[in-house]
Design a binder for this molecule. Structure first.
Ligand SMILES: [Zn+2]
Length: 196
């Protein structure tokens, strides 16, 4: 078991994380994954916002990897107003992805459907060492994702964060900012408390 490799998001890009054969999120510049080109077999998108997905097609082409996203998030991949691509001055470039369902396991991680930031957001959790990859659902220091974008919902977010707070979380890897490499359960509990 080893920690994810962080490929930090620059400017408005979300972080990507590489663990085993899976790259999580694809907002980073494609040339930055060249050193890992033969390692990446899956690209998992935590949700459909443009800053997490914009380079998915190019990275898939470079690596031959398959792209996955939560089943309820598929409409984001062809819709500029859902993906917020127009905020970034670009039309949505259609992305072909396979749907992931709550409870699916991909490369050792269990998929949790965690609506709130968006309706089809997912978190990934690995039981053995407590790694939680949280997209824009949970951030360190008791923070959490915005819920005022299309399909967002504060009550869904509350339920999702509460659900994650039940897990034996050891480390937290969010879509933006620095990861928390140990003792992250306290951060998740604080996010839960701040949402009540
Ligand atoms: Zn987002």
């Amino acid at each position: 078991m080893s920690n994810p490799i962080t490929i930090d998001g620059r400017f408005w890009q979300a972080n990507s994380y590489l663990v085993n054969h899976t790259l999580i999120d694809a907002g980073i510049d494609p040339e930055r994954i060249i050193p890992y080109k033969y390692q990446i077999k899956n690209i998992v998108l935590t949700h459909g916002h443009f800053d997490h997905t914009v380079h998915a097609n190019e990275i898939a082409k470079l690596t031959g990897a398959k792209i996955y996203i939560g089943e309820h998030e598929l409409p984001f991949l062809t819709d500029s107003s859902l993906s917020l691509s127009t905020h970034f001055g670009s039309p949505q470039i259609p992305i072909n992805a396979e749907p992931l369902k709550d409870g699916d396991v991909i490369d050792g991680f269990t998929v949790f459907h965690t609506p709130g930031h968006t309706g089809g957001s997912i978190c990934l959790f690995r039981e053995e060492d407590g790694i939680l990859i949280a997209g824009d659902t949970i951030f360190p220091e008791g923070s959490y994702g915005r819920y005022d974008f299309p399909t967002g919902s504060i009550s869904d977010l509350r339920n999702s964060v509460s659900r994650m707070a039940e897990l034996p979380v050891e480390s937290l890897w969010s879509g933006h900012g620095e990861p928390v490499e140990a003792g992250a359960k306290a951060h998740v509990m604080l996010s839960k408390r701040n949402l009540i």
